[in-house]
Design a protein around this ligand. Structure first.
Ligand code: ZN
Ligand code: ZN
Length: 351
């Protein structure tokens, strides 16, 4: 499928420098190097730290770059052998200084073509293997959260809770974290992406935990908000509103709808309840090798959602000075709707 890019982008060859795309296309997980793809060759250039690994993981021709045979020399050899004049590159991940250096080192290229998101697009529809891995990553994160319900108590800091959550995920087989764990308590919970701090948990606090495990490079992503002690009437009102919006968003998710139309269903519920100004972010995003991928469930998303996409549904209401709630599940879009990877309780938990 990555060969089609040559025709689509009308290029003689193209380079892949984004580590996720490099991995997706070649199988090489090291993340350091560059792929060169043309109709007649597929080359993986990396250094001695990775050449053995690359040879095992990838069916690309592995060429080692070193002081005597530098990257641009190797690329020049490929380009000259192919007589390639029009070459694609990943403008979304390459730095300007890297692009300038490449342009200068490879003057035989007459036209550099920015590929934009063309390669990321290949990653949208998940294979059965990818789906299985992401289901496993979700199961690990849910089991970790279950174990945390006995752990959380007043007096612990947000950082201690985050550390325990991360430990429990790794203990259960997560190779890594999908992203920096968010644990936001009390008034901190009104900041959607609050950084865990030394703030101690107090009775009556909301605690929003947004976290994910990485398994074989693939991410999971989930959020639950709980209350320590008894929830107040206002906490219940906000929680139940977010839950209603989340369930409605899930019901609207499925194949052949625009991302923005799914977003609108949840957003309208929150707006009609008078909390519209407190839901600033999009309803959800695609997930895969990277935590935030396209297409999204957002007011601006014109793309059609298709079977095989994995998306999150995560409305939130964040009231400054009071606190906030977010509930997030990760779902697989299917031919007739969706399959939810998450099974963790969604009614308000009072610890
Ligand atoms: Zn999340
Ligand atoms: Zn998310």
């Amino acid at each position: 499928m990555y060969r089609q890019i040559l025709e689509q982008a009308k290029v003689d060859a193209y380079l892949v420098t984004d580590p996720m795309n490099m991995r997706y296309i070649s199988g090489f997980r090291g993340g350091e190097g560059v792929l060169y793809i043309s109709p007649s060759r597929k080359v993986l250039v990396t250094d001695s730290r990775y050449t053995e690994q690359a040879g095992k993981e990838s069916d690309f021709t592995v060429i080692e770059e070193n002081a005597g045979h530098k990257r641009f020399v190797i690329l020049a050899e490929c380009i000259d052998a192919d007589k390639a004049e029009v070459v694609g590159f990943e403008d979304a991940s390459m730095r300007v200084n890297e692009f300038n250096a490449m342009k200068e080192a490879l003057p035989q290229v007459k036209n550099w073509v920015a590929l934009g998101g063309k390669l990321d697009f290949l990653r949208r529809i998940k294979t059965p293997e990818e789906i299985e891995i992401m289901q496993k990553a979700t199961a690990i994160s849910e089991a970790a959260l279950t174990s945390l319900l006995d752990f959380i108590k007043p007096g612990l800091t947000e950082l201690e809770i985050a550390a325990e959550l991360e430990y429990q995920m790794k203990k259960r087989g997560a190779n890594d974290l999908a992203f920096n764990t968010i644990v936001a308590s009390g008034i901190h919970s009104s900041m959607p992406h609050a950084i865990p701090s030394e703030k101690k948990i107090e009775n009556g606090d909301f605690i929003t935990m947004d976290f994910g495990a990485k398994v074989n490079g693939y991410c999971s992503d989930m959020t639950r908000t709980i209350v320590v002690g008894k929830a107040s009437e206002k906490q219940k009102e906000i929680y139940n509103l977010v839950l209603k919006a989340q369930l409605a968003g899930l019901a609207a998710a499925g194949p052949n709808v625009k991302g923005k139309d799914v977003d609108a269903v949840s957003r309208n519920i929150i707006r009609e309840a008078g909390y519209g100004e407190y839901f600033g972010h999009g309803l959800g995003h695609s997930v895969g090798l990277f935590i935030h991928e396209n297409p999204r469930f957002s007011p601006a998303e014109e793309d059609i959602i298709l079977p095989g996409y994995i998306e999150t549904v995560e409305p939130g209401v964040y009231v400054p000075g009071f606190g906030g709630v977010r509930i997030e599940d990760m779902i697989l879009i299917t031919e007739d709707g969706y399959r939810n990877f998450n099974h963790f309780e969604k009614n308000l938990i009072e610890l």
